[in-house]
Ligand binder design. Structure first.
Ligand SMILES: [Zn+2]
Length: 164
């Protein structure tokens, strides 16, 4: 279909469709339509669009199938996102452990106590701590603080202060 050269007539087609033309203008356009196949075709197209006859049916299941499955963030992104929290937890644990050792005069090596407090945790692999281990760490830390007579000085590195 090519566009009619009579732009004035062509631009009135939507108004004809919505019955917004003055009677004289409408009669003029209708006489043009009788002679112009292009405008008749365009009018039909407009009518079909308005009536929804060519509106594509929305197939929700196809759309759902086309959407990529939700993927967990990559391991690297997870580690980056949670590193400050895990580092802070590890530091708090170590500070608490050292305070605990000082106050109880125990001969345990710090590493031994850390291992005992959080089985499977190796300092230096702190980005691999699962959340449940972190919760275990927090629970252990509370126990340590409850045992120690003096409140340990907790030093948390720049969490929330942005990168430096
Ligand atoms: Zn025309």
């Amino acid at each position: 279909m090519r566009d009619c050269d009579n732009v004035t007539m062509r631009e009135m087609l939507p108004d004809l469709l919505h019955d917004r033309l003055a009677p004289s203008v409408r009669a003029n356009l209708e006489s043009h339509l009788k002679a112009c196949a292009d405008c008749r075709a365009e009018l039909e197209l407009l009518r079909s669009v308005v009536s929804g006859a060519v509106t594509p049916r929305i197939d929700a299941s196809r759309i759902a199938a086309a959407v990529p499955a939700y993927q967990r963030p990559s391991a690297v992104m997870s580690a980056l996102r949670s590193w400050p929290l895990r580092a802070a937890a590890a530091v708090v644990l170590v500070v608490g452990t050292v305070t605990f050792l000082k106050n109880t005069q125990t001969t345990l090596e710090p590493d031994t106590l850390v291992a005992a407090a959080a089985p499977g945790l190796a300092v230096g692999a702190m980005t691999d701590i699962p959340d449940q281990d972190l919760r275990a760490l927090a629970a252990e830390l509370k126990k340590l603080q409850a045992v120690t007579p003096a409140e340990p000085e907790v030093v948390v590195p720049g969490v929330g202060r942005g990168s430096e």
